[in-house]
Ligand binder design. Structure first.
Ligand code: FAD
Length: 380
């Protein structure tokens, strides 16, 4: 019997090297990136050099040929330090590369995977202003045109859009067929009629770019259709089912980071003549937070290992994302409380983690939508 959290030598070394990288290369930049809402390109280049931007990409395409579980470990380790960088790595691996590995033809994989493993950032564009939870009500249109497609519409909330050169974009070629009209297209920055629009000014994960995409008669070659025409809904559902395990990983990293800062602080901070960590009330609060983090981590690791093992994981992934994101909010909120006034200012890291936690309950399916999935399975 192996514990879910027991890592193989390879997994442990990988996790350790990513965490050490995060401490060394990311931590010094966290405050500035949050303030300026920007990730320096040099840091992105270092993430590529570290090998965390093409984790599952096969070696023949220049990737690390590792597992989905490795991606979860990387996102968790990075998010302990900065969940904004965590989501950059997460979207690249669990959505974009994952979709290309699963649905890309040999030609698509040969053209895009080496670039994505070597230096090109990817983005995943499903949501629109009018279609979020009801994602398949999207209004972006695709019209066949000779040996290509013309895309028109707008996408909203697209993570990595500022840094990305490759975008997976969903559009409907046959609205009368409902979601059966949806296809996934690979759109490259620089194509005529395609541009990245306004960048959102956000509450949390501020360094991660979130932008609008404008498609104004953008012509995409037929060879850039990802998966079958009319099967885009399957591409979207199946990648998001897996992707949300990555958001769970981001949230357990965030919660573990907040807890770690808090444990150090309560040992140092003295009131009434002793460290506040000596008060039993505080000890119990820390104990609850540690229990939450442990439970959330077990759920996320379990979902990831089920996925890698080819076993059903849908309900487990939804539960993991739901619980991990609620844990992140609870634990980072406790962290702010236990830092007292110092938790409310930007000189200490917990204020930012508290702001960052909120997104976990919104993107890749809100908590209500996760509950819907869980209920469907629970009620048969
Ligand atoms: C920072 C950020 C990054 C993002 N990155 C991406 C990205 O890279 N790619 C992408 O495609 N999208 C992205 N999104 C979009 C994100 O996935 C959506 O915001 C999310 O799915 C919710 O959609 P909505 O905002 O339209 O909210 P709505 O769908 O309007 O939901 C509003 C509220 O209504 C509730 N609700 C809706 N329907 C139901 C229902 N049937 N039952 C019960 N409650 C319901 C929701 O739970 C929520 O509380 C991002 C969003 C943000 C904020």
């Amino acid at each position: 019997m192996t514990a879910l959290t027991a890592l193989s030598d390879d997994e442990r070394l990988f996790q350790q090297s990513v965490y050490e990288f995060a401490i060394r290369e990311i931590r010094p930049l966290v405050r500035e990136m949050d303030e300026h809402a920007k990730i320096p390109r040099i840091l992105i280049d270092r993430l590529f050099a570290l090998g965390v931007m093409g984790i599952e990409v096969p070696e023949i395409h220049g990737g690390a040929a590792a597992s989905f579980f490795h991606a979860v470990l990387a996102v968790e380790a990075i998010s302990r330090v900065d969940p904004s960088i965590g989501v950059l790595v997460d979207v690249q691996n669990t959505l974009v590369i994952n979709a290309l590995l699963r649905w890309g033809s040999e030609d698509v994989q040969r053209r895009f995977l080496p670039r994505l493993a070597a230096g090109t950032v990817g983005a995943y564009a499903l949501s629109e202003a009018g279609s979020g939870s009801d994602a398949f009500a999207l209004s972006a249109r695709a019209v066949a045109d000779g040996d290509g497609w013309i895309l028109t519409g707008r996408k909203l909330w697209i993570t990595n859009a500022n840094e990305a050169d490759v975008f997976i974009v969903f559009a409907n070629a046959d609205p009368s067929a409902g979601y059966h009209g949806i296809s996934a297209f690979i759109v490259e920055r620089g194509l005529a009629g395609f541009s990245v629009g306004r960048k959102e000014d956000k509450l949390g994960i501020r360094a991660s770019s979130t932008c609008e995409l404008l498609l104004d008669g953008c012509r995409v070659p037929r060879a850039n259709v990802l998966g079958d025409v009319g099967k885009g809904y399957k591409v979207a559902i199946e990648t998001l089912n897996e992707g949300r395990i990555g958001i769970g990983a981001q949230m357990i990293g965030l919660a573990a980071g907040a807890l770690q800062h808090t444990v150090a602080y309560v040992k140092e901070r003295k009131q009434f003549g002793k460290a506040i960590g000596e008060f039993q009330a505080v000890q119990h609060q820390i104990a609850r937070a540690a229990t939450d983090v442990e439970a959330a981590r077990l759920m996320v690791y379990n979902a990831a290992r089920l996925r890698d093992g080819g076993l059903p994981f849908l309900s487990e992934a939804a539960m993991a994302k739901l619980f991990a994101s609620e844990t992140a909010e609870r634990v980072s909120s406790l962290a702010v409380n236990l830092f007292g006034g110092y938790g409310f200012v930007k000189d200490y890291p917990v204020e930012k983690l508290y702001r960052d936690a909120k997104i976990g309950q919104i993107y890749e399916g809100t908590s209500n939508l996760q509950l819907q999935t869980i209920a469907k399975h629970a009620l048969g």
